[in-house]
Design a protein around this ligand. Structure first.
Ligand code: NDP
Length: 302
């Protein structure tokens, strides 16, 4: 099996480079031109079409995205290009080359009302432009008719890249007091888990008959079990850091409401994702969120 991975250096892309190896030949690209002369800049449609023509992948994994949620509010054109138009182009190429397209999306396609965990076919209604561009990318997949698996996830962290855990570790060593939002609920999801689930899902998919494959296509919610708030998540990170002997300047953490911390992009309050479909269709077990966070902290803390 030939797998083309795009966005190899993002949080999820980096972990995919590891997790995909046992599945087959992995060609991992980023925006730069590879030694073989392939360019993985998804906004460069000609380069991407050339790469498809020469590589002829069986599976394409799109780990690229415009993920700057607040910046997207004033940079819609670029966010739309990467999160929607580039996805549409990848879908067209996958369709042409009969390749399976794996894609990632976000809980931000929902409006965050209610307290129930979102199911795959719940009504989407993004409250910010990042969420809107991600939803538009999903619609491009649906309309194209390509064979796709789209994993919607939330609150992604990794040892690599920018994320909440790293920000908290830094602030915990610089500040005496912090205000952290306590009315947004979600599930911290490790890029390593996303990559491992992706690899397992591809493996399971390839072993199915054509009819069964058809039934597997579509959207999936991917997050560990349990739930938390940003406030409790931060407290967990600080507690683990102290257990590891980390010296923190931080004395107090204050829980605040979302409205006390205005940002350019609105955030949904409820980011819970119902993962039953993923677990049932691919026969998978998902761990509790604290397991992955604790493991990444082990790696990050001296
Ligand atoms: P990152 O921001 O860590 O990685 C995104 C990658 O996309 C970067 O390596 C970036 O490269 C690359 N990229 C952007 N534009 C292009 C382009 N034109 N051509 C090629 N590569 C490009 O994202 P994550 O790994 O965190 O996210 C993975 C997926 O999960 C995304 O679909 C995201 O929407 C989704 N998601 C993420 C969440 C999060 O909290 N991060 C939450 C919910 C969903 P470069 O560094 O060169 O810009």
């Amino acid at each position: 099996m030939k797998i083309l991975l795009l966005g190899k250096n993002g949080q999820v892309g980096w972990e995919l480079q590891r997790a995909l190896q046992p599945l087959g030949e992995v060609i991992a690209l980023d925006r730069q031109v590879s030694p073989e002369g392939w360019c993985g800049d998804v906004a460069n449609f000609i380069a991407i079409s050339n790469a498809f023509e020469q590589i002829r992948p069986d599976v394409v994994i799109n780990a690229t995205a415009y993920t700057a949620v607040d910046k997207a509010e004033s940079d819609l054109e670029q966010a739309h290009l990467i999160n929607c138009l580039a996805v549409k182009h990848l879908a067209e190429e996958c369709q042409k080359h009969h390749a399976l397209l794996i894609h990632y999306s976000t809980d931000y396609v929902f409006n965050g009302t209610d307290v129930l965990a979102w199911k795959e076919d719940d009504k989407t209604m993004p409250v910010n432009l990042y969420g809107k561009t991600k939803r538009d990318g999903e619609i491009a997949l649906e309309q194209n008719g390509v064979s796709f698996l789209n994993f919607r996830t939330c609150w992604v962290y990794a040892t690599r890249g920018h994320n909440f855990i790293k920000t908290m570790l830094k602030l915990g060593q610089m500040k005496d007091e912090l205000n952290i939002i306590q009315d947004q609920v979600g599930v911290p999801t490790g890029a390593a888990l996303i990559a491992d689930v992706t690899a397992q899902a591809i493996r399971y998919y390839t072993l199915q008959s054509a009819e069964q494959k058809e039934l597997l296509h579509g959207h999936y919610h991917l997050a560990p079990t349990g739930e938390t708030t940003w406030y409790d998540y931060a407290q967990f990170v600080f507690a683990q850091a102290r257990e590891h002997g980390q010296q923190l300047t931080l004395k107090q953490v204050h829980p605040i409401e979302t409205q006390a911390y205005p940002t350019p992009a609105k955030r949904p309050l409820n980011s819970r994702l119902n993962t039953d479909k993923l677990q049932q269709n691919f026969k998978l077990h998902l761990p509790h969120w604290q397991q992955g966070v604790a493991q990444v902290l082990e790696e990050l803390l001296p």
